[in-house]
Design a protein around this ligand. Structure first.
Ligand SMILES: Cc1cc2nc3c(=O)[nH]c(=O)nc-3n(C[C@H](O)[C@H](O)[C@H](O)COP(=O)(O)OP(=O)(O)OC[C@H]3O[C@@H](n4cnc5c(N)ncnc54)[C@H](O)[C@@H]3O)c2cc1C
Ligand code: FES
Ligand code: FES
Length: 1371
C-alpha cells in the first residue's frame, strides 16, 4: 500500500498509479508537481536522484509502464522523472531501482553486476543507470529473438552499449559500466568483458558464463501490477477541479477548452504532451492549468499511404522513429523509405532515449516556431518538404513547414494538429538517383547535446548524357540550430545548383552563395565556426561527385558515404589489422592488467566496493535522502549579478512574500558574537553573505527560506537586488587588471616552491631560445552529480546538528561555530557519503552548511538546502584559470637547458586554497629536467567567484604547461615530439635535484621503465608509422598519436582513526577520511581486517564481513581534516592499522592464555572473554606521517591516438593505453576505477568542458545544456590500463601509492595527440596555399573543443582546397 492511498477516496477521477508495485491514489495535487518531486518528497523511494532537473543527466530515470487492456500488453519505457508531470502518469506504473531488488529481499542481478564489475563509485548516478539497463533488457526480451542462455538477455552488444547514452557519470569513466551493460548481451564475447569479481583471470569462457549465470537472472520483474490492470477504468480522466488538469478526448473538446481559456483571465494555461520543453525553458511554476493533449485521437495517430506519413502532433519522437523505420515503408516508395530511415537515424540523436520516449514531435516543432528552439526535427523535415496542419479556434489550415516556421509565433490558443512527411520518388527516371543525408555537429556524437548546426540535404542527380559527370536535377538544402530564429532552406544555393553539371568550379560558386546564406545571428556564439561547418557538410555531401569517376549503381550508393574516410586501400588494410577500419562509435575493447598482491591479505585484493549494491538499488542514503524532520524549511541562495557594487536593498518583485516563503536571511541575521564567515582554510576565510558590498557576480547575498525547495527556488528567482556602483572603482576581472592594480593574495614563504639551478647559466648554454610565449588555460566545473547540500537541525541547549555533503566536516564544523558564535562543542557535523566531490565539496561545501545552520538557528526550525544545478554552477568557482608566459632555452638535440615562467593565477575574490597553487603547478611541471627552472607565480585577487581545489588542482595545469613547452621546442627544431620528451625525462640525479625531499631511492624511480614498457605494449612505433600513412592518404581526416609521462608529488597528512570491537565480535570503524566514491571505506575495511587478523586466532579469515565503517561525526572523531590530495585513503588505512595494533596488543595476552587453556580459540570467543575481563575494546589513534617521508612521487605514462575531422573539428579518441605505478595497490579494483575515472575527467578538461564567464564575470555555462562532461560516446574506443606493481616501498603504507589524482594529468596525451593531428591538417592546408613549409608552432587551447580544432585546421579549408584544385586545372 502506498503512503498516499489511504487518504484517497477511490473515486473515479482520482489520480491513480503504482510505484514499485505499491498503489498510490491522490484526490488532488498541484499540477506542476513532477514525478521526481513526488517520489523524493512523498514516498520512501529516494533512489531516484535529482542531478539537473532538465533532462540532461539521467539520474532521475525511472521505468514507466502503460497497460493496453485491449491488446493486453504492457509497454515499458524510461522517462526523465524530473520533467514528467505527476498527473501525466495517471493509470501507469513506475519502477525505480528499489523496485528491482533490495538488501532485504535480495538485490537484482543488475545491482549485483554493478557491484561485481566495480561500476559504482559515488553511486549517485547508479540507480538511474540500473533503470536504463533494465529497460533495455525488458524491451529486448519482448522481441522474438532466440532464447538466451541463463544469465543473459536477448539484448545485443550494440544495443547494450547504447543503453546508457543518456546517463552521465562523473566518477567511473564509463568503461566498467559498459561492461555491466554488455554482460547481459546474448552475443557478448566473454573475452571482451573487463575486470570483475565474478571470475578469475584465465578461466575458460564456459566457466565465465557459468559464473555469470549463477547470479540468478531475476529481471523478470512485473512492471505493471495486476491490481492496477483491474483498476484501470475506461475513463481515466482526472477531475479538473481538483487537479487543474484537463484531458480532452476529441478535437471538439479541445476547442471548447481553448475557448473557455480565453475568457479566464489570470489563469496561465499550458498545452502539454511530454513537458520536456521545461528542461530547456525552465518555466518553473509558471502555469496553473494544464491541457494534456495526448488523448485526442487525431493528435496521436500515425497514418501512412502512397503520399507519405501523417503524424499526430502528440506522437512521441520514439514512436515517430519506429514508424519511419518500418520495413513495410518500402512498399510505398523505396526512395521514400530510404529518406525515412535517415530521418529516423538522425532523430535517434535527439536528446536521450528517456526524453524521446515522452517528447512529442509537435512539441519540438512548436518550440522551434514559437521560442526559437534550435530544433533538429525542424531542419531535417524542412529538407524533405514536410507540411503541417494547424488549428485556431474552428479554423484548420495546412501549411508547408517552411511557411509555418516563418510566420509569427503561434499564440497559446492555436494547436499544431499534425505533421506530414511526403514519400519521395524519382522524377528523372532510372538514370537518376535520390540522395538524402542529414548532419549535426555536436560535442557528443550520439546525442544528448544540442548541435552547433544541423543540416539535411535532399537531391536527385543523373549521369550527364553529354559529358562524364553528374547533373544535379534538383535539391533541397536545409540548415538550422546555428543561432538564428529558425531553420532555413538555402533557396539561392538550390536554385544555383539546379540543372548544373557538378564540378569543382560549380561547388566553389555554390559555397560562396552558401556563405552569405547561412549566417548565424549576431548574438550567437562561435559564429564563424558555425558558418564553416555549414560549408563542411555541404562539401561532404556533394564532393564525392567531383572526386571520383562515379557510376550510378546500387552498390555505389552504399560506398558513397564512406568514401571520404578512406581513400587508400593499402592503408585501409593495415588499419584493419591493427584497429578495424571505421572507428567504432563506442568503447569496443578494453584491457585491465595488474598483479595481485597477497602479502597483506585481504589488503591488496580486488574487493568489491563497500556498499556498491546498496548504491545500485538506491538504498544508499545521501544527505538529500534523509527524510525532512517535522517543520523543515528549505533554502535557496540569492546571488549578486554585479561583480563589484553596493547592495542598497533586497526585495521581491511581488508586493507580498511569494508563496511559502518564511524569511530572507542575510548577514544581518548573524547572531551577536558570531562572524560573517562561510568558509575557512589555512589561508583565510570567505564571508557567508556579501555585506554592504558584493565582490563578484555569483556571490551569496541572502538565503530565501520557504516551505519547499520548489517554493524557495521560485522565490529566489523573484528577488531584485538594488545596486549602486557610483564612486566605486571598476571591478578587476582579468589577471592583467589585477597586475595593474597589484591585487594579489600573499603566498606564505614556506608554501612557495624553490627555483632550481642557475637560469642565466642555463640560458647561456642554450643554442636556441623561445622568448615570451604565451598560453592561457581555462577553468573547469566539478560536475559532481549530487549538487551541494546540507540539512541543519537545531538541538537542545543551543546546539546544532548538521548533515553535510562535504569532504571536510571538521572545517564545516568550526566555520559554523564561528558564524553562530557558539563553542565548537555545540556543533556536530555528520557526513555519511558524498555524491561526488572532486575538491568541490571541500571549501565550497562550507557556506552551504553554514547558511543552513544560520537559518535553522535564526528560525529555530530544521533547514535544508539542495542547490539547483544552475546556482551550483554559478557559485562553484571551479578550477583556476591562468595565463602563462614562458621563455625556454634548448640545444639542437632537443635538450632543454633553462625554463623561465611567469604565471598569473586567477584566484577570484578570496584566498580559498589558492596560495597553494604555485606549489602545485610547479610540482607537476617539474616532471621534466629543465636544466634550470625559474618562475614567478602570482596569485591574483579578482572580482570573480573564488576558485577552489579541483582534482589535481594546479598539477593538471602544470603538466599541461610542461607539454606545451616540449611541443613548442620540438616544433621549433622540427623534431619528433616524442624524442624531445625522452631526452628531457629525469635521470635519478636530476629527479633528486628537482624534487628535493620527495624523490625516493633510485630503484623507486619507475618512470623510465614505465616509459619503455608502454611504448612496447601500445605498439607506439608501429602505430606512429600507421598514423603517418593514414595522414598521407586521407584528406579530411587526420590522426595524431602521443605518449606523455606524469610525475606527481603527493603529501600525507595526519589522520585520525578509531576501531571498536563490539561484544559479538563485529567491528565498527571510524576514520577522518570521507567516502566520496574513491573507495576509501573499502580500503579501510580491508586494512582493519588485515591488521586485526594479526591476532592469529580462528575465525579471522572472514573478518571483512564483520567490519562496518560508519559515518563521520565530528564530535565522535576529531581532527578529521580534509579528504583531498589523493592520500586520505592510505592515511586513514594507516590510522586504522595503528588502532588495530593497539587492540591486538591488548588482546594478545588473553589470547595466549586461552590458547594454552583450550588449545584453540576463535575470534567471537576471544572477544567475549575480553569483554568480560574488561579489556578496553576501543582504540583511537592519530596517524602522523614522518616529516622526512610525508611527500612522495607517483609515476605513470599514457599513449593516446586520436582522429580529427577537418570538416567539423570533431575529435575521436581511438585508443588510450595507460601504465600507472600504484606500488602494491591496496585494492586494484578500486585503483583501476580511480585511474579510468580520473583520466576521463581529464578528457573533459582538455577536450570538452568550457566554463566561461561574461563581461561581468558571471558564469554563462550554467546547465547540462551548455556544459558538456564526457559521456559514454566520448571516451577512448580502446581503453587499456595497466597497474604496475612496483614492489616494495618501505616508507609507504603497506608499500602502496596514490591513485586519485595523478592519472587525471595523463589526459594531456589526448590533447597532445590532437595537436599532432592538427599539425598535419595545417601542413596540408598550407600546401594548398602554395606555401612550402608550414607554421608548425600552434597553441592549442584548453579545452580543444570542436570550434577550436576546426579553427586551427582552417575555417575555410574547403574553400582553400577548391581554389587549389581549380588552380591545378580542376574544373
Ligand atoms: C535534455 C533534452 C535534450 C534535447 N535535445 C534536443 C536535440 O538535440 N534536438 C532537438 O531537436 N530537440 C531536443 N530536445 C527538445 C525536445 O525534442 C522537445 O523538448 C520535445 O520534443 C518537446 O515535446 P513535448 O511533448 O515534451 O513538449 P511539451 O514540453 O509538452 O511542450 C512544449 C511546448 O509546446 C507546446 N505544445 C506542445 N504540443 C503542442 C501542440 N500540438 N500545439 C501547440 N502547442 C503545443 C507546449 O504548450 C509547450 O509550450 C531536447 C529536450 C531535452 C529535455
Ligand atoms: S535530474 Fe532529470 S535528467 Fe537530470
Ligand atoms: S559513480 Fe557515477 S557519478 Fe559517481
Amino acid at each position: 500500500m502506498g503512503s498516499e492511498s489511504e487518504a484517497a477516496t477511490g473515486k473515479d477521477n482520482n489520480l491513480l498509479f503504482s510505484i514499485n508495485g505499491e498503489r498510490f491514489e491522490l484526490s488532488s495535487v498541484d499540477p506542476s508537481t513532477t514525478l521526481l518531486e513526488f517520489l523524493r518528497s512523498r514516498t520512501r523511494f529516494k533512489g531516484t536522484k535529482l542531478g539537473c532537473g532538465e533532462g540532461g543527466c539521467g539520474a532521475c530515470m525511472v521505468l514507466l509502464s502503460k497497460y493496453d487492456p485491449v491488446l493486453d500488453q504492457v509497454e515499458d519505457f524510461t522517462v526523465s522523472s524530473c520533467l514528467t508531470l505527476l498527473c501525466s502518469v495517471n493509470g501507469s506504473s513506475v519502477t525505480t531501482s528499489e523496485g528491482l531488488g533490495n538488501s532485504k529481499d535480495g538485490f537484482h542481478t543488475i545491482h549485483q553486476r554493478f557491484a561485481g564489475f566495480h561500476a559504482s563509485q559515488c553511486g549517485f548516478c547508479t540507480p538511474g543507470m540500473c533503470i536504463s539497463i533494465f529497460s533495455a533488457i525488458v524491451n529486448a526480451d519482448k522481441t522474438n529473438r532466440p532464447k538466451p542462455c541463463q544469465g543473459f538477455s536477448k539484448l545485443r552488444v550494440s544495443e547494450a552499449e547504447k543503453a546508457i547514452v543518456g546517463n552521465l557519470c562523473r566518477c567511473t569513466g564509463y568503461r566498467s559500466i559498459i561492461d555491466v551493460c554488455k554482460s547481459f548481451a546474448a552475443d557478448v564475447d566473454m573475452e571482451d568483458l573487463g575486470f570483475n569479481s565474478f571470475w578469475r583471470k584465465g578461466e575458460s569462457t564456459e566457466a565465465k558464463m557459468c559464473k555469470l549465470s549463477l547470479h540468478k537472472c531475476n529481471y523478470e520483474i512485473c512492471t505493471f501490477p495486476e491490481f492496477l490492470k483491474k483498476d484501470i477504468r475506461s475513463n481515466m480522466i482526472l477531475d479538473p477541479r481538483n487537479f487543474c488538469w484537463y484531458s480532452p478526448v476529441s478535437v471538439k473538446d479541445l476547442q471548447e477548452l481553448l475557448e473557455s481559456n480565453e475568457s479566464d483571465s489570470g489563469i496561465m494555461t499550458k498545452l502539454v504532451v511530454g513537458n520536456t520543453g521545461m528542461g530547456y525553458f525552465k518555466e518553473l511554476g509558471n502555469y496553473n492549468r494544464y491541457i494534456d493533449i495526448r488523448y485526442v485521437p487525431e493528435l496521436s495517430m500515425i497514418r501512412i499511404d502512397q503520399t507519405g506519413i501523417e503524424i499526430g502532433a502528440a506522437v512521441t519522437i520514439t514512436k515517430v522513429i519506429e514508424a519511419l523505420e518500418e520495413e513495410d515503408n518500402v512498399r510505398y516508395s523505396p526512395q521514400g523509405a530510404m529518406v525515412f530511415k535517415k530521418l529516423a537515424k538522425h532523430m535517434e540523436k535527439i536528446a536521450s532515449g528517456s526524453v524521446r520516449n515522452s517528447a512529442s514531435i509537435g512539441g519540438n516543432i512548436v518550440m522551434a516556431q514559437t521560442k526559437e528552439f534550435p530544433s533538429d526535427i525542424a531542419t531535417i523535415l524542412l529538407a524533405v518538404g514536410a507540411t503541417v496542419e494547424l488549428m485556431k479556434k474552428q479554423l484548420r489550415e495546412k501549411l508547408t513547414l517552411e511557411e509555418f516556421l516563418k510566420m509569427n509565433p503561434m499564440d497559446s490558443n492555436s494547436v499544431l494538429l499534425s505533421v506530414k512527411i511526403p514519400f519521395w520518388h524519382l522524377i528523372y527516371g532510372n538514370n537518376s538517383l535520390l540522395l538524402f543525408e542529414t548532419y549535426r555537429a555536436a560535442s557528443r556524437p550520439l546525442g544528448n547535446a544540442l548541435p552547433y548546426l544541423n543540416a539535411a540535404f535532399l537531391t536527385e542527380v543523373s549521369m550527364s548524357n553529354t559529358s562524364n559527370g553528374i547533373i544535379v536535377n534538383n535539391c533541397q538544402l536545409a540548415f538550422g540550430a546555428y543561432g538564428t530564429k529558425h531553420a532555413i532552406r538555402a533557396r539561392k544555393v538550390e536554385e544555383f545548383l539546379a540543372g548544373k553539371l557538378l564540378s569543382v568550379g560549380v561547388l566553389y560558386e555554390a559555397i560562396e552563395l552558401l556563405e552569405v546564406t547561412v549566417v548565424p545571428g549576431h548574438g550567437a556564439s562561435t559564429r564563424a565556426y558555425r558558418s564553416s561547418i555549414a560549408v563542411g557538410f555541404f562539401f561532404e555531401f556533394f564532393s564525392p561527385f567531383i572526386e571520383t569517376n562515379v557510376e550510378i549503381s546500387s552498390g555505389w550508393l552504399d560506398g558513397y558515404q564512406s568514401y571520404l574516410l578512406f581513400e587508400d586501400s593499402k592503408v585501409k588494410e593495415s588499419y584493419k589489422q591493427l584497429d578495424g577500419v571505421n572507428p567504432p562509435t563506442l568503447l569496443s575493447s578494453s584491457k585491465q592488467v595488474f598483479e595481485l598482491n597477497k602479502e597483506y591479505h585481504p589488503v591488496g585484493g580486488p574487493i568489491i566496493k563497500s556498499g556498491a549494491s546498496l548504491q545500485a538499488s538506491g538504498e544508499a542514503v545521501f544527505v538529500d535522502d534523509i527524510p525532512s524532520p517535522t517543520n523543515c524549511l528549505h533554502g535557496a541562495f540569492i546571488y549578486s549579478t554585479k561583480p563589484f557594487a553596493q547592495v542598497k536593498g533586497i526585495r521581491f518583485r511581488t508586493k507580498l512574500y511569494p508563496a511559502g516563503v518564511s524569511a530572507l536571511i542575510s548577514f544581518k541575521d548573524i547572531p551577536e558574537g558570531g562572524r560573517n564567515i562561510g568558509s575557512t582554510t589555512i589561508f583565510g576565510t570567505e564571508p557567508l553573505f556579501a555585506d554592504e558590498l558584493t565582490h563578484c557576480a555569483g556571490q551569496r547575498v541572502a538565503l530565501v527560506v520557504a516551505d519547499s525547495q520548489k517554493h524557495a527556488d521560485i522565490a529566489a528567482n523573484l528577488v531584485i537586488i538594488d545596486y549602486d556602483t557610483e564612486n566605486l572603482e571598476p571591478p578587476i576581472l582579468s589577471v592583467e587588471k589585477a597586475v595593474e592594480k597589484s591585487s594579489f593574495f600573499e603566498v606564505p614563504a614556506f608554501f612557495y616552491p624553490s627555483q632550481v639551478g642557475d637560469l642565466s647559466r642555463g640560458m647561456a648554454e642554450a643554442e636556441y631560445k623561445i622568448l615570451s610565449s604565451e598560453i592561457r588555460i581555462g577553468s573547469q566545473y566539478y560536475f559532481y552529480m549530487e549538487t551541494q547540500t546540507a540539512l541543519a537541525i537545531p538541538d537542545e541547549d543551543n546546539c546544532m546538528v548538521v548533515y553535510s555533503s562535504t569532504q571536510c566536516p571538521e572545517y564545516v564544523h568550526s566555520t559554523i561555530a564561528r558564524c553562530l558564535g557558539v563553542p565548537e562543542h555545540n556543533v556536530r557535523v555528520i557526513t555519511r557519503r558524498v555524491g561526488g566531490g572532486f575538491g568541490g565539496k571541500a571549501v565550497k561545501a562550507m557556506p552551504v552548511s553554514t547558511a543552513c545552520a544560520l537559518a535553522a538557528h535564526r528560525l529555530r526550525r530544521p533547514v535544508r538546502i539542495y542547490l539547483n544545478r544552475k546556482v551550483d554552477m554559478i557559485m562553484a568557482g571551479g578550477r583556476h584559470p591562468m595565463k602563462v608566459t614562458y621563455s625556454v632555452g634548448f640545444k639542437s638535440n632537443g635538450k632543454i637547458t633553462a625554463l623561465q615562467l611567469d604565471i598569473l593565477v586567477n584566484a577570484g575574490m578570496s584566498a580559498d586554497i589558492s596560495p597553494a597553487m604555485p606549489h602545485n603547478i610547479i610540482g607537476a611541471l617539474k616532471k621534466y629536467d629543465w636544466g634550470a627552472l625559474s618562475f614567478d607565480v602570482k596569485v591574483c585577487k579578482t572580482n570573480l567567484p573564488s576558485r577552489s581545489a579541483m582534482r589535481a588542482p594546479g598539477e593538471v595545469q602544470g603538466s599541461f604547461i610542461a607539454e606545451a613547452v616540449i611541443e613548442h621546442v620540438a616544433s621549433t627544431l622540427s623534431m619528433e615530439v616524442d624524442s624531445v620528451r625522452s631526452i628531457n625525462l629525469h635521470t635519478c640525479n636530476s629527479l633528486d635535484l628537482f624534487y628535493a625531499g620527495s624523490a625516493d631511492e633510485a630503484q623507486e624511480y619507475t618512470l623510465p621503465s614505465i616509459w619503455d614498457k608502454l611504448a612496447r605494449s601500445s605498439t607506439f612505433n608501429q602505430r606512429t608509422d600507421l598514423v603517418n600513412a593514414f595522414n598521407r592518404c586521407n584528406r579530411w581526416r587526420k590522426r595524431g598519436i602521443s605518449q606523455v609521462p606524469v610525475v606527481h608529488e603527493v603529501i600525507l597528512r595526519s589522520t585520525p582513526g578509531k576501531v571498536s570491537i563490539l561484544r559479538d565480535g563485529s567491528v565498527v570503524v571510524e576514520v577522518g577520511g570521507i567516502e566520496l566514491g574513491q573507495g576509501l571505506w573499502t580500503k579501510v575495511k580491508q586494512m582493519a581486517a588485515y591488521a586485526l587478523s594479526l591476532i592469529q586466532c580462528d575465525g579471522t579469515d572472514n573478518l571483512l564481513e564483520k567490519i562496518r565503517i560508519v559515518q563521520s561525526d565530528t564530535l565522535s572523531l576529531i581532527q578529521g581534516g580534509f579528504t583531498s590530495g589523493s592520500t586520505t585513503s592510505e592515511a586513514s588505512c594507516e590510522a586504522v592499522r595503528l588502532c588495530c595494533s593497539i587492540l591486538v596488543e591488548r588482546l594478545m595476552p588473553l589470547k595466549e592464555r586461552l590458547m594454552e587453556e583450550k588449545g584453540s580459540i576463535n575470534w567471537e570467543m576471544l572477544i567475549l572473554q575480553a569483554y568480560f575481563q574488561s579489556v578496553n575494546l576501543s582504540a583511537n589513534s592519530l596517524y602522523v606521517p614522518e616529516f622526512a617521508s610525508m611527500k612522495y612521487l607517483n609515476y605513470g605514462a599514457a599513449v593516446s591516438e586520436v582522429e580529427i575531422n577537418l570538416l567539423t573539428g570533431e575529435t575521436t579518441i581511438l585508443r588510450t593505453d595507460i601504465i600507472y605505478d600504484c606500488g602494491k595497490s591496496l585494492n586494484p579494483a578500486v585503483d583501476l576505477g580511480q585511474i579510468e575515472g580520473a583520466f576521463v575527467q581529464g578528457i573533459g578538461f582538455f577536450m570538452l568542458e568550457e566554463y566561461p564567464v561574461d563581461s561581468d564575470g558571471m558564469v554563462v555555462a550554467d546547465s547540462t545544456w551548455t556544459y558538456k562532461i564526457p559521456t559514454v560516446d566520448t571516451i577512448p574506443r580502446h581503453f587499456n590500463v595497466e597497474i604496475l606493481n612496483s614492489g616494495h616501498h618501505k616508507k609507504r603504507v603497506l608499500s602502496s601509492k596514490a591513485s586519485g589524482e595523478p592519472p587525471l594529468l595523463l589526459a594531456v596525451s589526448v590533447h597532445c595527440a590532437t595537436r599532432a593531428a592538427i599539425k598535419e591538417a595545417r601542413k596540408q592546408l598550407n600546401s594548398w596555399s602554395g606555401k612550402d613549409g608550414f607554421d608548425s608552432v600552434i597553441q592549442l587551447e584548453v579545452p580543444a573543443t570542436m570550434p577550436v580544432v576546426k579553427e586551427l585546421c582552417g575555417l575555410d579549408n574547403v574553400q582553400r582546397y577548391l581554389r587549389w584544385k581549380l588552380a591545378q586545372g580542376g574544373t
